[in-house]
Ligand binder design. Sequence first.
Ligand SMILES: Cc1ncc(COP(=O)(O)O)c(C=O)c1O
Length: 398
Amino acid sequence: MERPKSALALVLAARPDLPVYCVRPHAAKKAADWFARNFPGDVLYAVKANPHPAVLDAVRAAGVTWFDVASMPEVELIGGRFPEATMAFMHPVKARSAIRRAYAEFGVRIFALDSHDELQKIIAETNGAKDLNLVIRLAVSGDYAEHKLSGKFGAAGPEAVMLLREARAHACELGVSFHVGSQCMRPEAWRIAMESVSDIIRQAGVTVDIVDVGGGFPAAYPGLTPPPLSAYVDEIRTAFEAMPVLENADLWCEPGRALCAEAGSHIVRVELRKGDALYLNEGGYGALFDAAHDGLVYPTKLLRAKGGPRRPLKPFRLYGPTCDSIDALKGPFFLPGDVHEGDYIEFGMTGAYGSALATKFNGFGEYIEAQVSDAPMLSMYGLARAPHSNVVAMAKSR
Ligand SMILES: Cc1ncc(COP(=O)(O)O)c(C=O)c1O
């Protein structure tokens, strides 16, 4: 297929049977450029958010050469694609074989952990290596994020203090990391987290070489308009400079969503309309997982040839293609009232945790991929031309 300029051009030309994943490498490049230029420290791309090769290449082309990897397949992907890259294995729980292979075969030296037992695993599987950079994941509040990440990982209280002291003895460089939760709407979440991290470091009485403020930087979605990213960077810079316990530490961040959300959209087809319910060929077991399971609302656009009559927008319930009744997207999703079977709808901002989360459940999960060069529907980086009318309607409705 000839490379289309836009999602609309693609639909008009091909009227595809399968959902289409539109990749916009230029949007990932713009976002990574912004972080590389404005974040006052090192930027690691969190590969899990979108491991598409074109997105990885765009992030790399912006000068981001450090990657947050969380599994052996991610280590292999980045190690194979960018042999010169620095990888940080940031999952606090790793298979022994993954630790061993990451260290010995791929030169990984940065490992995250949040427990005594994981520290012992890392020491054993690297044969007591002396060149380890150990990053202790600390628990912080997830109260300001749309998608909380505080339930599973993170050492706290006296256990965290002991772990910092214990890890110091085995670390070439010792770091602390935290994650305020994904799609964090309040910059001050980082200041609050950094104050509690300072407290733990003070109690431990150890020298810390790295402060990794994690991911959580937001993208724009209908009804979720974050402050500008510069407000986040300013808050982090000020809070970092105010950390009384540091002498000469490096600052890192691990954005996922903020680097790739704008780099993807999904075109789906309406297979049936029943009143105000639309049955789609993509859904909650596919790239629209977060809309089904987290209540995230994506901007939508009906893709029809220009020039037709403009219909008033109406709220619709959406269902994915599988037989499971939880395959439903609450929305509300506003679309022209005459939307019908055979129409194509583009969901914007699906670049982060979109196709990365898709499954093959029920025999679905196949899709067409296309690189397009039009602007994302919304942008934190000045890329969107104008908010789509549907988006304005959705934002107003909340
Ligand atoms: C350790 C770690 N770092 C970074 C990220 C990326 O977070 P976000 O996409 O919110 O920026 C995640 C997401 O789960 C994570 O677990």
